[in-house]
Ligand binder design. Structure first.
Ligand SMILES: NC(=O)c1ccc[n+]([C@@H]2O[C@H](COP(=O)([O-])OP(=O)(O)OC[C@H]3O[C@@H](n4cnc5c(N)ncnc54)[C@H](O)[C@@H]3O)[C@@H](O)[C@H]2O)c1
Length: 353
C-alpha cells in the first residue's frame, strides 16, 4: 500500500451535490492529493473536470479501486450504495471515508465494521457535526459539568428541500442530530419513538419528529423536515445548572450559554416543602473559532490514515447511529410506538458478520 510519505493519494466516488465538496477540501489539504473521481453521470464528471481539470474522472469506480497508487477513497454516493462500495474498497486495500449514514441497515454496517477491523484500514464516517467547533464547545460544556445534569436536548433541522428519493428525512437529516446527541451523552439511546408523514412521495417521510431516551433518562427530541419555509439548524441542551443554545446559521452567536433554571429553596413556614424559584441570569456567548467542519473532518481522516489516530467517528460509531435510525423508522411504521435500540444486538451483529 503506497502511503507515500506524508501524502495520501485519494479519489472521490460520487460527484453529485456533496462529492465535489470533498474534492475541494482534500485538494486544498497539504497532506492529500486528489487524483481521481468516479460517477456514472457524464454531466457530473464534466462539472468536476471544469473545476478540477487535473484529476482523472471515470464512470466506473472499480477502475479507481484497481489503481494501486490510490491509498484512500471518499464515498459520496446514495446511502443504499455505501455498503457495497465500502466493502469493495476495503477489500482492494483502500482506506475509506464514507458519507453518513454509513450504510442503509445495521446488518450492512456491522459487516463493514468487521471488515475494517480485519483489514486494519481506516473506515471513517462523515458525521461532520462532530467536527463543528460549536458542537465541540457544547461537548466541552457537557463534559466539564458546566451545564449540570442534562434534562433534555432538542434539535431542529428543516428547510425547503432538497428532497431525497432513496431515504427518508430521518436518514438524511436526523442522522446528524443523532450523531451529536450520542456524542454529547457519550452513549446511544435505549429507546426511540418517532412519527412522520409522507407528503411528496409514497413511503418516504418528508417530516419526522423523533424522541430518543438515553440510559439516564435524558430525552432528545428531533424535528427534521424537507418541507418547511425556513432553513433551521439549531439545538438546545437544558441542564440543571445552565442551558445552551446552538445556532449553526448565526455566525455571531453560534453558541449561547444561559444561566437559567429552576432553583429549590426550603419553604420556612411549612416544614418539608420547597419553593421553586425561576432563575433568569446572564447570557454568555463563548468565542467559537471559525473553521470549516468538512476541512476539520478531512484532517481527522488524514490523521487516521497517516498517523494511525483513530477518529471518534469510526464505523462502529456509524453503526450505532444506523441502529437508532432503524428503530425510529420501525417506530414510525408502528404509529410512534417506543422501540428499543439494543446495543447488545448491534455488538452481536458485528461478531456474527
Ligand atoms: N455530511 C453532510 O453534511 C452531507 C451533505 C449532503 C450529502 N451527504 C451525503 O452524501 C451522500 C451523497 O449525497 P448527495 O447529496 O451528493 O447525493 P446526489 O444524489 O446529489 O449525488 C450522488 C451521486 O452519486 C452518483 N452515484 C450513484 N451511484 C454511483 C456509483 N455506483 N458510483 C459512483 N457514483 C455513483 C450519482 O450519479 C450522483 O452523482 C449521501 O450519503 C448523503 O447523505 C452528506
Amino acid at each position: 500500500m503506497a502511503t507515500d510519505g506524508a501524502q495520501v493519494r485519494l479519489a472521490v466516488i460520487g460527484c453529485g451535490r456533496w462529492g465535489p465538496n470533498h474534492i475541494r477540501v482534500f485538494s486544498e489539504a497539504d497532506r492529500a492529493t486528489v487524483v481521481g473521481c468516479a460517477d456514472p453521470s457524464q454531466t457530473r464528471r464534466e462539472n468536476v473536470l471544469k473545476r478540477f481539470p487535473q484529476i482523472r474522472a471515470v464512470a466506473d469506480y472499480h477502475e479507481l479501486l484497481a489503481d494501486d497508487s490510490i491509498d484512500a477513497v471518499v464515498i459520496a454516493t446514495p446511502t443504499n450504495t455505501h455498503a457495497q462500495i465500502a466493502r469493495e474498497a476495503l477489500q482492494a486495500g483502500k482506506h475509506v471515508l464514507a458519507e453518513k449514514p454509513i450504510c442503509a441497515t445495521s446488518q450492512e454496517a456491522a459487516a463493514v465494521v468487521r471488515l475494517a477491523d480485519d483489514t486494519g484500514l481506516a473506515l471513517m464516517v462523515g458525521h461532520v457535526f462532530l467536527f463543528n467547533n460549536g458542537i465541540k464547545e457544547m461537548h466541552k460544556l457537557v463534559e466539564s459539568g458546566s451545564l449540570g445534569r442534562i434534562h433534555y436536548m432538542e434539535a431542529n433541522r428543516t428547510n425547503l428541500g432538497p428532497i431525497r428519493g432513496d431515504v427518508n428525512a430521518l436518514y438524511d437529516l436526523a442522522t446528524h442530530d443523532i450523531s451529536i446527541f450520542n456524542y454529547l451523552m457519550g452513549c446511544s439511546p435505549v429507546e426511540v419513538s418517532a412519527v412522520g408523514r409522507c407528503i411528496s412521495q409514497k413511503n418516504i417521510e418528508d417530516v419526522c419528529f423523533a424522541t430518543l431516551k438515553y440510559p439516564d433518562g435524558t430525552l432528545g427530541h428531533i424535528h427534521v423536515s424537507w418541507l418547511n419555509p425556513r432553513k433551521v439548524r439549531t439545538m438546545t441542551v437544558v441542564g440543571d445548572k445552565q442551558m445552551a443554545y446552538w445556532d449553526d446559521i448565526d455566525p455571531d452567536n453560534t453558541l449561547r450559554l444561559y444561566d437559567k433554571g429552576i432553583d429549590q429553596e426550603p419553604h420556612y413556614d411549612s416544614f418539608g416543602e420547597f419553593r421553586y424559584l425561576l432563575r433568569s441570569g446572564d447570557m454568555h456567548v463563548p468565542a467559537i473559532r471559525q473553521s470549516e467542519p468538512l476541512v476539520n473532518q478531512a484532517q481527522a481522516f488524514l490523521d487516521w490514515v497517516l498517523q494511525g489516530k483513530k477518529s471518534l467517528s469510526d464505523a462502529r460509531y456509524g453503526l450505532d447511529v444506523v441502529a437508532v435510525l432503524e428503530a425510529a423508522t420501525r417506530s414510525m411504521a408502528e404509529g410512534g410506538a417506543m422501540c428499543p435500540v439494543d446495543a447488545a444486538s448491534t455488538a452481536a451483529l458485528c461478531e456474527a458478520a
